[in-house]
Write a protein that binds this ligand. Sequence first.
Ligand code: ADP
Length: 544
Amino acid sequence: MLSTMQDYPLLVSGILRHGQSVYGDSRIRTIVSPEGDAVEATFTEVAERAERLARALGRLGIGDSDRVATFLWNNQAHLEAYLAVPAMGAVLHTLNLRLFPEQLAYIINHAEDQVIICNASIAGLLGEVRDEIPTVRHIIVVGEGDTSALGDTLDYEELLAAEEPGYDWPQFDERQAAAMCYTSGTTGNPKGVVYSHRSTYLHTMAITAGSSLGISERDSVLSIVPMFHANAWGTPYAAFMTGADLIMPQQYLQAAPLAAIINRHRPTVSAGVPTIWSDLLRYAQTNTVDMSSLRMITAGGAAVPRLLIERFRDEMGVEMVQGWGMTETSPLCSLATPPRQAAPAEEIEWRVKAGRIVPGVEVRICDDDGSVLANDGVAVGEFEVRGPWITGSYYGDPSEDRFHDGWLRTGDIGSFDGQGYMQISDRSKDVIKSGGEWISSVELENEVMAHPDVIEAAVIAVPDDRWSERPLAAVVLEEGSTTTPDDLVAFLADRVSKWWVPERWSIIDEVPKTSVGKFDKKVLRARYAAGALDVVEVDLTAGG
Ligand code: ADP
């Protein structure tokens, strides 16, 4: 028996129309200076400009399922593209501004982008690949700047000004492609993930749900995570759908301008990778940053150090919520909010986990031969996920080894408990197997970073004659610190098992970062292999 319910498709145009008709007065502010000056527009204006954009793209020949790419900072034009491109039935492709030219050309060609909307300020970066992307017929430039590297371009504002507002958004199958995003390709070429209208709509509802971020009209969302990094974790759509104000920082992502933005614009919610938050916290030691407007900040994309969560709580009075997800999962899968029975003193034990799965996502762990393991919080295996906003394949790339009986294999290793909390110990490519036993690099990093003089610490596996692999800790110290590897070894003594303590240490100026600001352990491993790391060996037997 089928239901009597209307089979009404879940489309991005539904998000657009709801924000436009119900929350027309809500605002997006695009930051235009390091001091936090902003250009403002209402949702009514944004929606109208999205209509004009769709008309302009149609006039350029963009039709059903054609790819329109963005090479943009987080700003108003980017939001307009987020809304207009999928709503008209075309496919939005968000390009990562920090890719190497070869990878950038690869993903543009692989997706067969026809139009790219580009910020003038970064025209030079796109210019480097202009001659290698034959499918791109038009480049539309937003803002002022030297665009000579791009050859012929169109001006975004002129295109919009030439159109009338109003657009009859079409209805189509909700499973149609809405947007695509490529993973950063740590091994081999990047892989394309194609989001559907349905997955985007449901993910947006999930972000706004009370059991997750609870974004609503009462919020003002500072979206630090780039719109090319897994949809800025869904914040743009969530804000537009619920009438939350949006603050878009463009290229002003360093601690000082972020502090100015927070002081001036008083966001209530924000999202970013842990490195951004630790930079901001360090800046706040010597500068005034008023974070009292923030009801919560989310951190994810990499393990969030315990000390970071504690310091935001104790020094800034801000609740930091860790989340876990991937480009492949839209990305929201879990959020580390403590269970209701947790006593205040215990809450931190839950917050340091990768998160508790949100409704709509199913998680399990499997061992090497594919058997499903118990959700007992003890068994350790690879996380697999499934659900309506989890990818079931990669675009034009079978990668069958990444899927298992309809579940996505995440490459993350850890345990899962009976209350839905995920504890991640490592990515499979980062695991350290010492004498046949696993050492969690994530946990070791956490403990090293708990030392007051340590700014950043990344732990990698290095070959070892006796144990086959041992951890090496690469550490960034506070300026002027006299802490030595011996001191750090002593510090770890009662914090981790004795055999976990690294004997190899390297004091470095900065941990190399990926294009989205995560620790790049691949680069560290390569440096070590090339003998380019200064390594100090501590005698762990000394002092018993
Ligand atoms: P990339 O491969 O460039 O890192 P993604 O942003 O899609 O691209 O990364 C997803 C991965 O980030 C996850 O598979 C996981 O390894 C890591 N990750 C995300 N959130 C967390 C978290 N809270 N704790 C530990 N790892 C995380």
